[in-house]
Write a protein that binds this ligand. Structure first.
Ligand code: BGP
Length: 464
């Protein structure tokens, strides 16, 4: 028999998206972003040649959209603030009054509707002029980011519930400096390590600036943390998994939450001459300014085995010198996105945070299922009958519920995403929303999952 899974009082039911993926250019003035620039120079990299200018057009429709947030049961919602909109002169200089008005309007409207605004500062997009200066490898960019952050705290601090410095800081490092799915798309580990270090420093400096303002909200970071599973319990596989975990999980989690760097990772970087440059004072700033709240993005696990094939150590240094990904037979896939579906991963992740990170206050900040050609599942009323997404949400939430029962401080669940929105490189291929979007008419229609989400939020739980 089904039983009711009830969540703690005031649980945050919501979803997330980002400025570049949802807003559209609008008329406020905005610097060219790294993504806009990349699209201009290499449009063929983007699915069906669709770039970031074709969006959900939230900038013109935010009032209507906030009503849809209500209708889909949101009591909280994460947006990001566009750095390029706030500082249209290449990310520095005069702040843009029109951008301030736009974001203040959105945040006021959210509060008026009892939807707690969660605001993130960096979600992959930066003014292209700063990217040209070296992006995150440049100290100048770190300082420009801290000015951007301080300006946002100052202008919007009275309207924001919780702040986040970065969304998935690993993404731009992996994609930009190792794996070719993010600007500047080069293969250069050492540059990537420098960009990662500077990102961690920027996070700490933004927290320092935040604390100086004595706001009542909290500030933290949103990390994509795929739990790492070894193929077997043999020594070589365990060691391979532990190295992969150091590169991809502890690399940001440790410094951004604990203020320290994982020894295993530092030792490898030293041995292979891949250390970034830094000053002693940076380490002090990082140690003293850690996250007060942690967002957990979870999509799929990372399965790892010891290297079977020998690596050419003459080529550029790569984390994969030390492990291989393991293609586990029988794993369940979301074939559209090519990601494994493994619900228990979300539970293992929560337990890791409980046991190894002082049980810091946390929430699931992204989790979701991207599906191609969703119009296939439309009924006669143009409504997408996405029962697969409802099952996906329930199966993951059941594990979140179990983690909470076992003492994890998980305060909410945010789905990726609200209305189908543009995605990095994949454009509109995979749809994730609770609300579907007709790209031509811009018409929004609540999917079955949106109706379910409202019911679940009102009941503060669901039958399972
Ligand atoms: C996360 C990002 C989101 C979103 C999501 C879905 O990593 O924070 O911005 O895009 O993944 O991924 P994708 O759009 O690539 O399918």
């Amino acid at each position: 028999m089904n039983k009711m899974l009830a969540f703690p009082k005031d649980f945050w039911w919501g979803s997330a998206w980002s400025a570049e993926q949802a807003e559209g250019r609008g008329e406020t003035g905005k610097a060219e972003t790294n993504w806009e620039h990349w699209f201009k120079t290499e449009p063929n990299r983007f699915y069906e040649g669709v770039g970031p200018e074709i969006t959900t057009d939230h900038i013109h429709r935010y009032k209507e959209d906030i009503q849809l947030l209500k209708e889909t049961g949101h009591n909280s919602f994460r947006i990001s603030i566009s750095w390029a909109r706030m500082f249209p002169n290449g990310g520095v200089g005069e702040v843009n009054d029109k951008a301030i008005s736009f974001y203040r309007d959105v945040l006021t409207e959210l509060n008026k509707n009892d939807i707690k605004p969660f605001v993130n500062l960096f979600h992959f997009d930066m003014p292209y002029a700063l990217e040209e200066k070296g992006g995150w490898t440049s100290r100048e960019v770190v300082e420009a980011y801290v000015t951007f952050a301080r300006t946002c705290f100052h202008e919007f601090g009275d309207l924001v519930y919780h702040w986040f410095t970065f969304n998935e800081p690993l993404g731009p490092i992996l994609g930009g400096y190792l794996e070719n799915f993010h600007y500047p798309n080069v293969v250069d580990f050492k540059k990537g390590a420098q960009a990662a270090f500077n990102t961690i420093l920027a996070h700490a400096k933004a927290i320092k600036a935040f604390k100086e303002l004595n706001l009542t909200s909290k500030i933290g970071v949103i990390l994509n943390l795929s739990p790492t599973y070894p193929r077997s319990q043999n020594k070589q596989d365990l060691e391979a998994a532990s190295i992969a975990d150091a590169f991809y999980v502890r690399s940001f989690l440790d410094p951004m939450v604990k203020g320290t760097f994982p020894k295993k990772l530092v030792d490898i970087l030293k041995n292979y001459n891949q250390m970034p440059s830094y000053e002693e004072v940076d380490l002090k700033i990082i140690a003293e300014n850690t996250s007060q709240i942690l967002g957990l993005n979870y999509y799929e696990p990372r399965r790892v085995q010891a290297r079977l094939t020998k690596i050419n150590e003459q080529g550029p240094f790569l984390p994969e010198w030390f492990f291989e990904l393991h293609d586990m037979p029988g794993k369940r896939m979301n074939i559209y996105r090519g990601w494994e579906i493994y619900e228990k991963g979300i539970y293992d992740l929560c337990i890791d945070i409980r046991d190894n990170y002082d049980n810091i206050e946390a929430f699931i900040s992204e989790n979701g299922m991207g599906v191609a050609n969703e119009t296939r599942f439309m009924n006669n009323d143009n409504q997408v009958n996405d029962s697969y997404r409802i099952d996906f949400i329930k199966d993951h939430l059941a594990y979140v519920h179990k983690a909470i029962q076992e003492g994890c401080r998980i305060k909410g669940y945010h789905l990726w995403t609200f209305i189908d929105c543009w995605s990095w490189i994949n454009a509109y291929k995979n749809r994730y929303g609770l609300v579907s979007l007709d790209l031509k008419s811009q018409e929004r229609t609540i999917k079955k999952s949106g109706e379910f989400y409202k019911k679940m939020s009102l009941a503060n739980g669901f039958e399972y």
